[in-house]
Design a protein around this ligand. Structure first.
Ligand code: UGA
Length: 433
């Protein structure tokens, strides 16, 4: 089938390449010229394992083409995916929908045939209805159907999550072609046994926000337990393992530590709270404010722990931060807990050197005043404390005996509880997590 993907950021580039991989003819629209040129050359402007190869293969075969023109988009197909960003508004909790709105405002007046517009971006409940009303106003003697088809991909696993999702969700208004067309678009995925859930648009929008809110709640739950463990001298990892054996709880997303960051969970729970407030249901989601509070407290606590390790003061200390990305297998530093901690430690008078295998360039843009190293050893040279804040495999595999030769004081703070504590302690390190 021919289809267009509007917006080639993280979500759009992955979706476009994966749809081409399924055999569709895809036109990707990216309005930022520099990004477009990079992608057209098969070069992905962010780190996502496997995506450069997938993108290049499908560009070379002609299945995927890239353009900056909405006119090209309107001519190319009758199915359009909206995959633009919905960041948090500056100084507010709610989502900024200007890019989603702009996609509809620009595309619909150019359409000359009936069309289906499928939203993939994460949006507040009620957005599809509002866009459907607007599309009706903008459409010229044609029928433009709006439906919502949220995406659940994780950075670092984006291709696998798109081609082998846990479920597909479609929120459609009755009487349209959305369900039939989606069954055709996703045929290989549905045929493989993937549940395909069809709802109304408001429900589909809420499925996505509820999923992210639940994941955030799960992480903050275990981090709240970690606070109690800290006070009681108990082992939060053992608790997560033990309760995780209960199928109703499950072990995944119960890793205590520095908490969640990135471009999705933090802004999505805030936008969810804001929208619930607008709808008069603020009380229902009041607990999400505490989920956010627990999460943000992890960062302050990490700074306190680093100060405790350095005998009560960070002034003049050399601190090595291992990890800057918000999670491993990503170069994304949006709302990165690691960089947030690095910044706070620097403000308390320490000299901070950061090393990350992939996220250094993005980190430098966001925090140019921190020092950056090219390797673990360089970052740790003469350090008073080493903080592991993103659980990259490279850090999990560090040889503590070897690293000890390079630091001034063998203090290690394991912000992701990912190191073999027994081995580090046996190697002469003062270990805390
Ligand atoms: C998240 C969701 O997991 C995806 O399902 C969703 O599609 C996506 O947001 C989105 O809305 O686009 P992502 O932001 O890529 O995906 O990252 P996650 O893997 O969810 O991790 C988020 C944060 O939680 C990371 O900072 C990670 O370190 C932290 N985390 C995760 C923990 O602190 N503990 C855990 O046990 C798991």
């Amino acid at each position: 089938m021919r289809m267009v993907v509007l917006g080639l950021g993280y979500l759009g580039a992955t979706h476009a390449a994966c749809m081409a991989e399924l055999g569709h003819e895809v036109l990707g629209i990216e309005v930022v010229a520099a990004k477009r040129a990079q992608l057209a050359a098969g070069d992905v402007p962010f780190y996502e394992p496997g995506l450069p190869e997938l993108l290049k293969r499908n560009i070379d075969s002609g299945k995927l083409t890239i353009s900056g023109s909405y006119g090209d988009a309107a001519d190319f197909a009758d199915v359009f995916f909206i995959a633009v960003g919905t960041p948090q508004k500056k100084g507010e909790y709610s989502a900024d929908l200007q890019y989603v709105d702009a996609a509809v405002e620009e595309l619909v007046p150019l359409l000359t045939r009936d069309a289906l517009v499928l939203g993939k971006s994460t949006v507040p409940v009620g957005t599809a209805q509002r866009l459907a009303d607007r599309a009706d106003e903008l459409a010229k003697d044609i029928n433009v159907e709006i439906a919502w088809n949220p995406e659940f991909l994780r950075e670092g696993f984006a291709i696998d999550d798109t081609l082998h999702p846990d479920r597909l969700v479609l929120g459609a208004f009755g009487g349209g072609a959305a369900e039939v067309l989606c069954r055709e678009i996703y045929a290989p995925i549905i045929d493989a046994g993937t549940p395909f859930i069809v709802t109304d648009p408001a429900t589909a929008e809420l499925v996505k926000t509820s999923a992210n809110a639940f994941l955030a709640t799960k992480i903050s739950f275990i981090n709240a337990i970690a606070e109690v463990c800290d006070a009681a001298g108990a082992d939060v990892k053992a608790i997560a393992d033990a309760i995780g054996y209960d199928d109703r709880i499950g072990r995944r997303f119960l890793n205590a530590g520095l908490g969640f960051g990135g471009g999705c969970l933090p802004k999505d729970i805030r936008a969810f709270m804001a929208r619930a407030g607008e709808l008069g249901a603020a009380e229902a989601l009041a607990f999400l404010r505490e989920v956010d509070n627990v999460n943000m407290r992890r960062r302050t606590r990490m700074v306190e722990k680093a100060r405790e390790m350095c005998n009560g003061s960070l002034v003049g200390k050399r601190i090595c931060i291992l990890g800057a990305a918000f999670k491993p297998e990503s170069d994304d530093v949006r709302d990165s807990p690691a960089l947030n901690v690095a910044g706070q430690i620097q403000l308390q008078g320490a000299s901070v050197t950061v090393y990350d295998p992939k996220a250094t360039a993005n980190s430098k843009r966001l925090f140019p005043t921190l020092d950056y190293a090219e390797s673990v050893v360089e970052a740790c040279s003469k350090a008073d404390a080493v903080l592991v804040l993103t659980e990259w495999r490279e850090f999990v595999e560090i040889d503590p005996i070897e690293l000890k030769k390079h630091v001034r004081h063998a203090n290690v703070l394991d912000g992701r509880m990912c190191l073999d504590s027994g081995f580090w302690i046996a190697s002469g390190w003062n270990y805390a997590a």
